[in-house]
Design a protein around this ligand. Structure first.
Ligand code: PNS
Length: 159
């Protein structure tokens, strides 16, 4: 089974990495799909976000990392996948994700949305929090993968 894990990943956090690590164990191939949602005014370009994720997970046959534009439902169909997986941190995520899941179901009735609870250690973590802490000079140790921490800090403090 091919699963698509879509998101903004602006930038990837240890919470995302936790979902990737667990999701890949329940499928044959995981496609991490970085969406270009410009309304969110991303700090990192899609190419930079893809590169940060690739640096984090390294070369793996069972994980593909790619950008996508347009509708998620179209991308999922094009990739021959049947389902997307999304991380859920709290009830506050649920309302938005529920709406997205229903809209995607309407667009692509064969596509399923699966939810994975994030580990409790990361339930408070978000890319926005990482950006706010780093751009104000705080430590993001333990919040993002160590191997990309310096790149994230230098990008966010250079702004
Ligand atoms: O959870 P995130 O990080 O905000 O997810 C962003 C993303 C890219 C997954 C989401 O915005 C998306 O699916 N964008 C593609 C457009 C689309 O298909 N929207 C759903 C129907 S309105």
């Amino acid at each position: 089974m091919v699963l698509v894990y879509p998101g903004s990943f602006d930038p990837i956090t240890n919470g995302h990495l936790d979902v990737i690590t667990r999701a890949v164990q329940i499928c044959d191939r995981l496609i991490v799909a970085v969406g270009s949602n410009e309304s969110k005014k991303p700090a990192f370009s899609v190419e930079e976000r893809v590169d940060l994720i690739r640096c984090t997970i390294g070369d793996r046959d069972d994980i593909m990392v790619t950008g996508f534009s347009g509708l998620l439902a179209d991308f999922v169909r094009k990739m021959g996948a049947k389902a997307v997986i999304k991380g859920l941190r709290a009830m506050s995520d649920f309302e938005y994700e529920f709406q997205m899941a229903l809209l995607n179901k309407r667009l692509e009735p064969d596509m399923e949305t699966l939810f994975m609870m994030t580990s409790v250690n990361y339930s408070y973590l978000s890319s926005s929090a990482v950006k706010e802490i780093a751009s104000n000079g705080g430590s993001i140790d333990g919040l993002v993968p160590d191997c990309i921490k310096d790149r994230i800090v230098s990008k966010l403090t250079a702004r």
